[in-house]
Ligand binder design. Structure first.
Ligand SMILES: [Zn+2]
Length: 281
């Protein structure tokens, strides 16, 4: 669920070598177009037990929901996210940008969309990449933290279509808030306001996810609570940018986006004083 805009470049390039890197740049992951099995809970349970069936499950989900994902080219099973990494490397190559950001902990990313700022609003279709943790329910890490289980088709749709689908659409169109447009043209860098963009994109994705979440039947309390908690965190993160003189356009976007929540209250200096998703009642 966490967004990963820029990956560490040096480590991967160093280990892959120049020839290996070019092989990665050539690669264009495409999911299988026609799944054979029907999308239902037993297929999901089977895919959780049998990794070789996971791509077919994700392709079936994409086929069933692609009308709600107009600019998504597919949902790709990508354990370890190496395929997504290769797409970001290709973008860096094609659009000539670099980043010195450290890689995030890939294990904890359940699903992701490659959308670094220099491609936002370029009308590029993207895949949604799904990590092993999406299927390996309740993964527990060495430090004791745990990814909550994705247990039902409804939760899979909430996460992949409502949340990741928002990232795909925002990457394709850019983020348009009244007369403020956040695209590769209006946000120049380096340095890029990377953490602001993550907060903006996550706020929008969790908002779309939470708006629809009551329309599904099979959403566990654990899934709902963790989505609400993450959504509130995204709102709190975005409120940090309501005073951001280094990037005035980002500051305006933060104010407008936050004002679109009827149930988010900011003090005049931008401090977050209240967030509650009233549409969940
Ligand atoms: Zn996200």
């Amino acid at each position: 669920m966490r967004r990963r805009d820029f990956l560490a470049w040096g480590a991967a390039a160093g280990t892959a070598g120049v020839l290996g890197l070019w092989a990665l740049l050539e690669e264009d992951p495409k999911p299988e177009p026609r799944p054979k099995r029907r999308l239902n809970q037993s297929f999901f349970d089977y895919a959780r037990q049998n990794p070789e069936a996971r791509q077919e499950f994700l392709s079936a989900l994409f086929e069933a929901y692609k009308k709600r994902l107009p600019h998504c080219s597919g949902i790709v099973y990508d354990p370890g996210l190496a395929k997504m990494d290769s797409v970001i490397k290709r973008y860096k190559h094609d659009y000539g940008f670099e980043s010195s950001e450290d890689a995030e902990n890939l294990d904890r990313i359940i699903a992701s969309v490659p959308n670094p700022i220099p491609i936002v609003g370029k009308h590029l279709e993207n895949n949604i990449f799904v990590n092993y943790a999406f299927f390996d329910a309740g993964v527990v890490f060495k430090d004791g933290t745990r990814i909550s289980a994705i247990g039902s088709i409804d939760e899979a749709v909430s996460l992949l279509v409502d949340h990741e689908g928002t990232h795909v659409e925002d990457a394709y169109e850019g983020v348009h808030l009244d007369n403020v447009h956040i695209t590769h043209e209006t946000i120049s860098g380096p340095p890029y306001p990377r953490k602001f963009m993550i907060a903006l994109k996550e706020t929008r994705a969790y908002y779309n996810q939470l708006k629809r979440i009551r329309s599904y039947k099979s959403i566990s309390d654990e899934f709902l609570e963790s989505t609400v908690r993450s959504g509130a965190q995204a709102v709190a993160d975005l409120s940090q940018y309501t005073n951001y003189p280094e990037f005035p356009i980002a500051e305006r976007a933060a104010w407008i986006q936050l004002a679109k929540y009827s149930d988010v209250t900011l003090s005049p200096d931008g401090e977050l004083t209240h967030v509650r998703f009233t549409f969940l009642k």
